[in-house]
Design a protein around this ligand. Sequence first.
Ligand SMILES: *Cc1c(COP(=O)(O)O)cnc(C)c1O
Length: 234
Amino acid sequence: MTDIKNNLQTVKDEIALAIERRRKIFDDEVKLVAVTKNHNVEMMREAIDLGVNEIGENRIQEATEKFSSLDRKVKWHLIGHLQTNKVKAAVKIFDLIHSIDSEHLAVAVNRAAKSTEKIQDVLIQVNLAKEESKTGIEIENLDELIKTVESLENLKLRGLMMIAPNYEDVEDCRPLFKKMYELFQDLKQKNSEVKYLSMGMTHDYKIAIEEGANIIRVGTAIFGVRDYQSEMRK
Ligand SMILES: *Cc1c(COP(=O)(O)O)cnc(C)c1O
């Protein structure tokens, strides 16, 4: 059985150490989003009772089921790609949507938020590594998408998100994290509601924190390896 308590403590210790290593210009708070995709509600409850208060899910259907059966108060983060036909459910569940990556999607989320009179907090996901398999807006088109999101009245732009490639040498992620921090700083100077830079997962979160991330999304290091079979079924 996975020792969630022990794993969580290890991750928290590593976060504290990484914060100490980084330059003083960064804020000293880093939000830990515990990624519970492919793990059951039982494990979610256990983590929440151990102090986790932000959880990340990447599929709407799975999140919807968990949302209705999880009897705990917690903040919900959508970290996976969002399809426009699922925006209604997403707006109902998630406190922060990390994966806005097109004007089309932004407009759809805005419309869904408007219909329930919600102001939806969002991040724009940037495709910095230009991997074909990855979602996210290309950097050349980022400014335009920022303007669009800022102009939509039921969206509130809170920052940027990036998924780094799974490089064999994790140090190869560092330049991407540095670049994201620059983009984040630029944006923050222009928009006082911008607060979050979401980057770093199990394999690279320490480096992401060193380079200025203030939201990290960690699954495997807390809950163990996900069951690939059940991932394929979804
Ligand atoms: C699954 C996932 C994570 C967590 O990955 P781990 O390697 O298990 O920590 C973080 N971010 C996104 C976008 C994910 O899909």
